[in-house]
Write a protein that binds this ligand. Structure first.
Ligand SMILES: NC(=O)c1ccc[n+]([C@@H]2O[C@H](COP(=O)([O-])OP(=O)(O)OC[C@H]3O[C@@H](n4cnc5c(N)ncnc54)[C@H](O)[C@@H]3O)[C@@H](O)[C@H]2O)c1
Length: 314
């Protein structure tokens, strides 16, 4: 199948591209390569129609059977660095992409939104039907992109995924997402600083994130609509305990005046047939082992916001 992955060289995208190539797909990759590029690791055989999603043409989209749209300015502080570029990238270019995809006759569009579109919720079951109260430019841009995409749902197959925070190893490593950052700091400082501890956050392992996109590509009809994707809602204390067990670091607890929680209920995804197979514990152990055996280093490109500052010349 001809599959277009935008954000193909990012934290999630590069591993997904490798898996798609291994399954025999023709993979069209569009990425500005801000942090990493697949070719630097010897990945070959991909099609590169252009680098910036804003430049893709209807002609280049004609052979595509499924778009996995991951390209974005992808977290809160990075989004705030250049709000205009964030809104252009995450919303305007998403609108242009689906519009051109419809014109080209692409049958299916899958979008990486974010579980953060709900804002902070008291409900134990944060389902897809709850009101969205996004708090930051990043969250708001994802909500607006969703609304635009939904206006095209009668013209193209559409899947919107709202992932929890992803954890685990990638060739474009991010150490600015919670599990990864706490594990790397535990190894470096031999302590885990825990503020409060009862706040709940949802997580998804990188391999399950990839597995989900692969499942949607295999059977898009089963996954039409909006789906949360987060399979472990852990308190910060539970997460710190996992990391302490894997790294040997000590937990230092201080009080926090921010005890708000945010969970995800992914029952709709489970009902569609998706079966998660990996855990946060596994991601923590993988990161610990990768640091210990030297295959993972804490380089400047692992912190999206610092890296983008120099990329933007700020
Ligand atoms: N990582 C997470 O925990 C998480 C959680 C929820 C949702 N998401 C979403 O999943 C997607 C992928 O996230 P990630 O962690 O891999 O982020 P990432 O920042 O590692 O990857 C994003 C990629 O998009 C590229 N890009 C940015 N602007 C572009 C443009 N105009 N044209 C082409 N490429 C462009 C960047 O070069 C980068 O490689 C994003 O949409 C993100 O919002 C991620």
């Amino acid at each position: 199948m001809n599959i277009l992955v935008t954000g193909s060289d990012g934290y999630i995208g590069n591993g997904l591209v490798r898996k798609l190539l291994a399954e025999g797909h023709t993979v069209h990759c569009v990425d500005k390569k801000i942090f990493y590029n697949l070719e630097s690791d010897g990945v070959s055989g991909i099609v590169r129609p252009c680098d910036d999603i804003k430049d893709i043409t209807v002609e280049q989209l004609r052979p595509i059977q499924h778009i996995i749209h991951l390209a974005a300015i992808s977290n809160d502080p990075a989004a705030e660095l250049d709000a205009r570029l964030t809104w252009e990238t995450n919303v305007l270019y998403t609108l242009q992409l689906i519009d051109r995809a419809v014109k080209a006759g692409v049958p299916q569009f899958t979008f990486a939104s974010s579980g953060s579109v709900y804002g902070l919720k008291d409900e134990d079951r944060v389902t897809e039907d709850l009101e969205l109260v996004p708090l930051t430019d990043y969250n708001k841009s994802k909500m607006c992109a969703e609304r635009i995409l939904l206006s095209y749902r009668d013209k193209i197959g559409l899947t919107i995924i709202r992932p929890a925070t992803v954890c685990g190893i990638s060739a474009r490593q991010r150490l600015d997402v919670v599990v990864n950052i706490l594990t790397s700091q535990a190894l470096k400082n031999k302590t885990i600083k825990l503020f409060g501890g009862d706040q709940v956050r949802p997580h998804i392992h990188m391999s399950d994130m990839h597995g989900l996109y692969l499942a949607i590509i295999k059977n898009p009809k089963a996954y039409q609509g909006i789906f949360n994707a987060g399979f472990e809602n852990l308190t910060n204390k539970e997460l710190a305990n996992l990391i302490a067990k894997s790294t040997g670091a000590a937990i230092v607890t201080t009080t926090s005046n921010d005890n708000r929680s945010y969970r995800l209920c992914s029952d709709r995804l489970l009902a569609a047939g998706f079966v998660p197979q990996h855990s946060v514990d596994e991601a923590v152990n993988d990161i610990t082992n990768a640091f210990k055996n030297g295959s993972l280093k804490d380089g400047p490109e692992t912190q999206s916001v610092q890296w983008l500052k120099s990329y933007y010349g700020k």
